[in-house]
Design a binder for this molecule. Structure first.
Ligand code: DMJ
Length: 605
């Protein structure tokens, strides 16, 4: 009897439900598109990001280039209770900057970042006091350079003059830019950029090819091209990108070899290129193998594919010619590479393979390019080359030589191989290895992750020990490991190198273990005690075994680019230069991680 009435009520209920749903959906869409316009109107769709309980997703908001100082929008997972949870984000994408002034044929289309990888970084917070001390040290060192050696490559802080060991192109000024920016020293940054941009600045002369000087292709790439790219990514000043491209074009003649593998030095004016006499015509692995991060980034930012194509070509030669030489002939185990190569034939030469001088940053760039370059040509090959190298290093080079009395922590070192024979030595340069392994431990199998982090901790402990065993608290440049757990200096100088504090920075960001900060602080205090001179500039120490110390009257440009920066960042909040957003080149110049298809579309034909 009541059926018609009940049907009418059901019908009215459905109509009301449909109406309410429509209103809710449309008002949501209107609101989202309004927010999108407010961000600069790139029309990106809202996305959903999955956030681990301990992770922070903090991509910068929309259309403008964000800066670390601008307090980017941080969206924290509100509770650690859940292991994983889903967070709806209006947008988690970043626009790769493009130059609107470039001819349209060279413009890459806008590439969109994928959601950031689910890295396992610890949540760490700023230590304001210590960070402030590092910043003050940077101010002192940079101020002395500016007063006494401005636009020279480096400062001689005791003589009060400049030195030009990198071709006289103002290496320290360029190397310092991003450190100044990150530390919030914006007046100094602005003044430095203005000086570099002057029509007749040494950098502009170098970029125009009117400076008749030979420069190292590697050093100019990591310091100048890398430094300018980083300053561009941080500040958005397009002039810096243009100068970086012009400098790269002065390095380009070094690549004009039968294989496309560059020679080590090039004349900025004539383009004449050569190798170092002691290499007997060989190019150096750590030189030609440490360029792709910068040159692929240059292609990405300018839209000109040729830079990345040239250095991808070098990787192709390395892979093509390595298999024949590994495991036989040179005595280099499969997975590792001799440190010299003929640019004529592409054949590896020499007997040394090493994670120290001549080899180091080649291995570092395998993992950094894999992790950071978005669509990387032969991407799996880069990762495989890295994992193979670490497996070979583990098997043939890694030695446990002692253990910490208190904690029981095993200490290991990474030895170089001569003709396949392991040497009981390690250079301070090799102390970058733990940091590299922390990056390699991300986004891999649980087993590899465990092994990489374990080796990283063991090698880092040795590097710290290299400092602790000296009366100065400074590490020798290279050491020998003696039977019975002893260590002696081979090269006793200490020249403000960054590698140990660099690794402590990565380990701290990954684990949140305060021990790494404590060790970094010990090192900083030793450095400050022995390096600072009356002028405020810093100098190296000739023999770390002797107190009082004798200085070397040289303030390294990498002190300002690397050592100061990593020390500052280890005492910073984990969101500052977050490692899911930035990759540091081998001179510690951060460039924004690019995900997307720009490189793929502009790939060499
Ligand atoms: C820096 O110039 C770079 O880190 C390079 O890769 C090798 N090491 C020096 C500083 O020690």
């Amino acid at each position: 009897r009541c059926a018609p009435q009940r049907l009418l009520w059901i019908f009215l209920g459905v109509v009301v439900a449909v109406w309410v749903t429509t209103v809710v959906v449309w008002s949501g869409r209107w609101k989202a598109s309004g927010e999108d316009r407010d961000r600069g109107g790139y029309g990106r769709a809202p996305r959903t990001a999955v956030v681990r309980g301990d992770a922070t997703v903090h991509e910068p908001s929309g259309g403008e280039r964000p800066s670390e100082d601008d307090a980017p929008t941080k969206r924290r997972a509100e509770t650690d209770a859940e292991e994983m949870r889903v967070v709806t984000e209006a947008e988690v994408s970043v626009t790769v900057p493009v130059l609107s002034t470039l001819p349209s044929s060279r413009l890459p289309s806008i590439a969109t970042m994928s959601p950031p990888p689910l890295s396992k970084w610890a949540r760490v917070f700023e230590d304001t006091t210590r960070r402030g001390r590092v910043k003050a040290a940077m101010k002192g060192a940079f101020g002395a350079y500016g007063r006494l050696a401005s636009v020279h490559d480096e400062l001689a802080p005791v003589s009060g003059t400049g030195r030009d060991d990198f071709g006289g192109i103002g290496a320290t000024l360029i190397d310092s830019l991003d450190t100044l920016w990150i530390m919030g020293l914006r007046d100094e940054f602005t003044a430095a950029v203005a000086k570099l941009k002057e029509e007749d600045s040494v950098l502009n002369l170098a970029a125009r090819g009117v400076l008749r000087t030979d420069v190292s292709v590697f050093e100019t790439n990591i310091r100048v091209v890398g430094g300018l790219l980083s300053a561009y990514d941080l500040s958005g000043d397009e002039a810096l990108l243009r100068i970086a491209e012009a400098v790269a074009s002065r390095l380009e003649p070094a690549f004009k070899t039968p294989t496309g593998v560059p020679l080590s030095f090039v004349n900025l004016e004539s383009g004449g290129a050569h190798t170092l006499p002691w290499t007997h015509g060989g190019s150096i692995l750590a030189d030609f193998g440490t360029m792709h991060l910068e040159w692929a980034t240059l292609s990405n930012r300018t839209g000109d594919p040729k830079w990345g194509a040239m250095t991808q070509g070098v990787f192709d030669v390395i892979r093509r010619h390595s298999s024949g030489k590994q495991g036989r002939g040179s005595g280099t185990p499969a997975g590792l590479y001799p440190v010299l190569m003929s640019a004529e034939t592409g054949e590896f030469t020499g007997e040394l393979s090493s994670f120290g001088a001549l080899g180091d940053s080649f291995y570092e760039y395998l993992i950094k390019c894999w992790r950071s370059l978005g669509v990387l040509e032969d991407r799996d090959e880069w990762r495989r080359a890295f994992d193979d190298a670490i497996a070979a290093m583990h098997r043939h080079m890694l030695v446990d030589w002692s253990a910490d009395d208190t904690t029981g922590q095993v200490m290991s070192y990474v030895a170089p191989l001569h003709g396949g024979t392991r040497q009981a030595t390690m250079e301070h340069l090799t102390c970058f290895v733990p940091g590299m392994l922390v990056l390699g431990a991300d986004d891999t199998t649980p087993e590899r992750e465990r092994v990489y982090l374990d080796i990283a901790a063991r090698v880092a402990r040795t590097c710290v020990e290299m400092y602790r065993r000296q009366p100065t608290g400074l590490s020798p440049d290279s050491v020998r490991f003696n039977p019975g757990g002893g260590m002696s200096a081979i090269d006793a100088k200490s020249i403000q190198r960054p590698e140990t504090v660099e690794s402590l920075f990565y380990l701290f960001r990954r684990t949140g273990d305060e021990t790494y900060r404590t060790w970094a602080w010990e090192i900083f205090e030793s450095m400050e005690k022995h390096y600072v001179t009356a002028s405020g500039g810093w100098q190296g120490v000739r023999d770390v075994r002797q107190v009082p110390t004798q200085g070397d009257d040289k303030q390294q440009s990498f002190l300002l680019a690397e050592t100061m920066k990593y020390l500052y960042l280890i005492f910073s909040d984990g969101d500052e230069m977050h490692l899911d957003r930035w990759v540091f080149n081998t001179e510690a110049h951060p460039v924004r991680i690019t995900h997307g298809d720009v490189e793929a579309r502009h790939r060499r034909r």
